[in-house]
Design a protein around this ligand. Structure first.
Ligand code: NAD
Length: 510
C-alpha cells in the first residue's frame, strides 16, 4: 500500500466535501497530480462544480447557526482532538506534503507540527476570547466589549504551504465559533483531501454537523471567484501572490467583506561589519534555498557592508557548492525541486533579466537533468551580484535566487536599501552592535511585519502574529491576538440605574 492510501487518498478523488459527505461531480475536469520529486503520477481529483459550491454554502450556513451556540471551550475540545489525530497521522501527512509539493521531508513534517501546535494554541485560546471592561462616564452604567463569531470563513491557500496555513486559520476560526470553507491550491489538492479525511474522523466520533469543515477544490477563476464575491462569507483569508491578492482585496472590499491577505515577500537580511558570520552563513543559506526558495519568507536580498562583502560572497559560494540537490524525501539532500516546469521557466527568465540589467550570476542557475532529475523541476540555486533598484530585484521570483547587494557607510544606508521594495513581509539584521540592532527594530528601522536580529527571515513560530505590510497585504494570522480577526467586536453599554443620563452631558427632556 502506498503511504498516501493510509490518508484515504484513492486513485480518483472528489473535490468537494462538507465533512463526511463528498459531492461526486465528474464533469468539471480532472486534476491529475504528478510529484515534482520524480515526475510520477500520484492520483487525480475531480474538480467541484458551482452547484457543489452552493450545496456547501447551504450546509455551512446551517452548521454555523448550531456551532456558534457551543461554548468556546467545548469548541476547543474538538480542536484538541484534531491535534491528537494529526499527531497520529504526522508521519504519513508529512510525507505526502513533501511528495506532492516537493519540500524536504523535514519541512513536510514541520508543517504538520505547525498544525499540531496551532491546535494546542487554539485550545488555550478557546478560554481566552477576552474583551475589555471600560469605565462608563455615566452613573449606574456598565460598558464592556465582547467578541462574537463571524460566520463562514473562506480560507484560500497557496501551493507552498499545502496544509499548515489552512490550520493557522481554521483552528482559530473554529474555537471562535466560525465554520470553515477551504479552497486549497489546485497544485497540491491531495494534501488537502488527506487533512479533510483526518478531520472527518473527529467529525464522525463527535457526531458534528456537516458544514463545519468544508473543502472545495476547483479553479480560481470560477470557484475562487465565487468565494471572493459571496456575501455569505464575511471573512476571506487568502494566502498567495500579490497580483491575486490585489484582485481579491478589491473584490472583497466591494462587498464590504473582511480580508486577511498574506501575499508575496521580498525579504532581506542586512549583514553589518560586526555580523557573526559563523551563524549568519547557515541562516542565509537555509533562508535562501530551503523549500527551494519557495517560501513567502525566503531570503531574496542580502544587503552586505562593503568591508565584508567579498568574505560573505566567498563563504556563500563555498556553502552553495556543498549543497546536495535531489529527492526531498532523501534526508541527505538539502534542496528539492521547484513545484513545476513553469516555475523553472520563471527562474531562468529572472536570471536572464538580471543579467540584462547589469547583474552577474556568481553561482548556479542551471537546470539539472539525468538520473534523479527526471521531473525536470530541479535547478541549482543561484547567487547573483545585483543592485537593489533593478526591476527584477524589486519583484518576488518564487525560486532560489539570492541577490547580493553592497552597501557602504552606516546602517541607515542599509535600512534605506532594505525598505526600498514594495513588499514588507520578513526581515533580519546580523550584527553584534546593539545600536545597529535597536535601530533596525525602531520606528526608523525595518518596515516589515517580521523583523529579526541574528536569525534569518524564514521559519516563524506559530505563537507570533504572522504577516506583512505594504504589498504583502497587511494581514495577520496565527498567534498573538490574531484570533480577533475571526470574530466581530461588539461594544455593550448597560444602564442599571433609574435615570437616563446621556453621553457628553447632552440634555434632552420631554
Ligand atoms: P497564487 O496567487 O497563484 O494562488 C494562491 C491561491 O489563490 C490558490 O489557491 C489559487 O487557486 C487562488 N486563486 C487564484 N486566482 C484566484 C481567483 N481569481 N479567485 C480566488 N482565488 C484565486 O499563489 P501560489 O503560486 O499558490 O503561491 C505562491 C505565492 O504565495 C507567493 O507569492 C508567496 O509569497 C505567497 N505566500 C505568501 C504567504 C504569506 O503568509 N505572506 C505564505 C505563503 C505563500
Amino acid at each position: 500500500m502506498d503511504f498516501w492510501e493510509k490518508l484515504g487518498i484513492r486513485e480518483k478523488n472528489f473535490g468537494a466535501s462538507t465533512g463526511l459527505k463528498w459531492f461526486e461531480t465528474k464533469n468539471e475536469g480532472e486534476l491529475k497530480i504528478y510529484s515534482p520529486t520524480n515526475g510520477k503520477y500520484i492520483a487525480s481529483v475531480y474538480q467541484a462544480s458551482e452547484e457543489d459550491y452552493e450545496k456547501i454554502l447551504n450546509e455551512s450556513g446551517k452548521a454555523f447557526k448550531e456551532w456558534r451556540k457551543i461554548p468556546a471551550p467545548k469548541r476547543g475540545e474538538i480542536v484538541r482532538q484534531i491535534g491528537l489525530k494529526l499527531r497520529e497521522y504526522k508521519p504519513y501527512l508529512g510525507k505526502l506534503v513533501s511528495y506532492e509539493m516537493g519540500k524536504s521531508l523535514q519541512e513536510g513534517l514541520g508543517e504538520v507540527q505547525e498544525m499540531i501546535d496551532i491546535c494546542d494554541f487554539s485550545l488555550g485560546q478557546s478560554r481566552q476570547l477576552y474583551g475589555f471592561t471600560m469605565a462608563s462616564e455615566r452613573a449606574s452604567h456598565r460598558m464592556y466589549d465582547q467578541y462574537h463569531p463571524l460566520g463562514v470563513v473562506g480560507v484560500i491557500t497557496a501551493f507552498n504551504f499545502p496544509v499548515a496555513v489552512y490550520a493557522w486559520n481554521a483552528m482559530l476560526a473554529t474555537v471562535c465559533g466560525d465554520v470553515n470553507l477551504w479552497k486549497p491550491s489546485s497544485k497540491v489538492p491531495l494534501s488537502a483531501i488527506a487533512v479533510q479525511n483526518i478531520i472527518g474522523e473527529v467529525i464522525k466520533e463527535n457526531n458534528l454537523p456537516e458544514g463545519l469543515f468544508s473543502l472545495v477544490i476547483g479553479k480560481g477563476s470560477t470557484i475562487g471567484e465565487k468565494l471572493l464575491n459571496d456575501k455569505r462569507i464575511p471573512l476571506i483569508s487568502l494566502t498567495g501572490s500579490t497580483p491575486v491578492g490585489r484582485h481579491a482585496g478589491e473584490a472583497i472590499a466591494k462587498r464590504f467583506g473582511r480580508a486577511i491577505l498574506e501575499l508575496g515577500g521580498n525579504n532581506g537580511i542586512i549583514i553589518t561589519p560586526d555580523a557573526d558570520l559563523k551563524t549568519a552563513i547557515p541562516a542565509i543559506v537555509f533562508g535562501a534555498v530551503g523549500t527551494a526558495g519557495q517560501r513567502c519568507t525566503t531570503t531574496r536580498r542580502l544587503i552586505i557592508h562593503e568591508s565584508v562583502y567579498e568574505k560573505v560572497k566567498d563563504s556563500l559560494i563555498k556553502a552553495y557548492k556543498s549543497l546536495k540537490i535531489g529527492d526531498p524525501l532523501d534526508e541527505k539532500n538539502h534542496v528539492g525541486p521547484l513545484i513545476d516546469k513553469s516555475a523553472v521557466k520563471l527562474f531562468i527568465s529572472a536570471l536572464e533579466r538580471v543579467k540584462e540589467e547589469g547583474g552577474k550570476v556568481t553561482f548556479g542557475g542551471e537546470v539539472l537533468s539525468g538520473k534523479g532529475y527526471e521531473s525536470g523541476c530541479y535547478i541549482v540555486p543561484a547567487l547573483v551580484e545585483a543592485e537593489n533598484h533593478y526591476k527584477i530585484v524589486q519583484e518576488e521570483t518564487f525560486a532560489p535566487i539570492l541577490y547580493l547587494i553592497k552597501y557602504s557607510g552606516n546602517v541607515s544606508n542599509a535600512i534605506e536599501l532594505h525598505n526600498d521594495v514594495v513588499q514588507g513581509l520578513s526581515s533580519a539584521i546580523y550584527t553584534n552592535n546593539l545600536r545597529e540592532a535597536e535601530q533596525f527594530l525602531s520606528i526608523e528601522g525595518s518596515d516589515c511585519g517580521i523583523a529579526n536580529v541574528n536569525i534569518g527571515t524564514s521559519g516563524a513560530e506559530i505563537g507570533g502574529a504572522f504577516g506583512g505590510e505594504k504589498e504583502t497585504g497587511g494581514g495577520r494570522e496565527s498567534g498573538s491576538d490574531s484570533w480577533k480577526a475571526y470574530m466581530r467586536r461588539q461594544t455593550n453599554t448597560i444602564n442599571y440605574g433609574t435615570a437616563l443620563p446621556l453621553a457628553q452631558g447632552i440634555k434632552f427632556e420631554i
